[in-house]
Design a protein around this ligand. Structure first.
Ligand code: GLU
Length: 333
């Protein structure tokens, strides 16, 4: 039987980085083909095709870069790929995964991976991560799961994955949900059947800007007004606890929402915002009354991407509210 076809695109990141004399540090250098060539016997897993789309550090990836990845991946599926793999830097990997997942309608898996250690480091993790990612992309059990992240022999759903350590090889976790599966003897094992997924219409205007502002002690909320003045079309507040802000920020939100979309997510890194527990000024009940939208289980970064995608699709406030109710609450997933 012919091996499944897996297309691999490289965007840059530590996985392709090697020492650079001019900068004194590691820099993106290796192509997608070079990454594949470093893995023994990968040709026994899948028929491979490699394309280097970018060689960027992931903090400088843009929405346009990711929309190009999406077009490339769509094309690979149209041409018969059983799955696609994208390598990129780990710094923004969780955001790329979530954004691509919002737009990925295919049953074929789109798998993201990267590395915490540069290509020439002793015990570089890139080759093992890429091998596992290709294996996951080629596996029929990965179908209809949307976008997956494979790092350190662990498979994560884009919906949940976060980079939760700056340096560790096991930097990626799925707080609140746990991983979707694990690699065992080179084979993906999934812990649950695929869930229901909703995808969005592709952006009409990719030039949207959504601000992400973190609440912190003594916050006067002025940055929110500055974001509006600077032309950001929506804002996400990484709020305290279950979705709380200061009195001052609550007042500013009250004068802006609902005419201007303000989404409240929890800055804690895990857990959901609540809807009907606290009643003080700046609490989730107060902010809802003032017209803010609560992000539920979506953390601030994912909430920002969802708001961006909704605004970019031309969604009105009521549609934005409905979309957050469905993406943000487990009971509606
Ligand atoms: N640790 C990051 C990486 O994995 C640094 C650079 C980047 O994100 O591109 O790739």
């Amino acid at each position: 039987m012919a091996l499944p076809r897996v297309a691999v695109a490289a965007l840059g990141g530590t996985i392709c980085m090697a020492p650079d004399v001019q900068s004194d540090g590691v820099m993106p250098k290796l192509s997608a083909q070079q990454l594949l060539d470093a893995i023994p016997n990968l040709g026994a897993v899948a028929q491979l095709e490699a394309q280097t789309l970018r060689q960027l550090p992931s903090p400088s990836l843009s929405f346009d870069d990711l929309l190009e990845v999406l077009r490339w991946a769509d094309e690979q599926v149209a041409q018969g790929a059983a799955g696609v793999v994208v390598t990129q830097g780990t710094d923004t990997l969780e955001e790329s995964a979530f954004l691509l997942d919002l737009y990925w309608p295919h049953p074929q898996p789109l798998v993201l991976t990267g590395a915490m250690r540069a290509a020439e480091a002793v015990s570089a993790d890139g080759p093992a991560n890429l091998r596992a990612a290709v294996t996951v992309a080629a596996d029929a059990g990965s179908r209809t799961r949307g976008v997956l992240v494979v790092m350190n022999d662990t498979i994560h759903a884009a919906r949940w994955v976060q980079k939760t350590h700056a340096l560790a090889v096991d930097a990626f976790t799925s707080p609140g949900a746990g991983p979707a599966g694990a690699m065992v003897e080179g084979t993906p094992h999934y812990f649950h059947a695929p869930g229901q997924r909703t995808t969005l219409a592709q952006p009409r205007d990719a030039g949207m800007r959504v601000a992400l502002l973190e609440s912190c002690l003594g916050d006067d909320g002025e940055l929110l007004d500055l974001a509006v003045k600077a032309g950001y079309q929506g804002s996400v507040i990484a709020a305290f606890g279950v979705g709380h802000v200061s009195f001052a920020m609550a007042k500013r939100i009250g004068t802006l929402a609902p005419a201007y979309p303000v989404v409240i997510a929890s800055r804690t890194g895990a857990g959901s915002t609540t809807e009907r527990t606290y009643g003080f000024e700046g609490s989730e009940i107060d902010l809802r009354r003032r017209g803010a939208i609560l992000a539920g289980w979506l953390g601030p970064r994912k909430a920002r991407l969802l708001l961006w995608a909704l605004l970019a699709a031309g969604s009105a406030t009521e549609e934005i509210r409905k979309a957050f109710a469905s993406f943000g609450r487990m009971r509606n997933l």
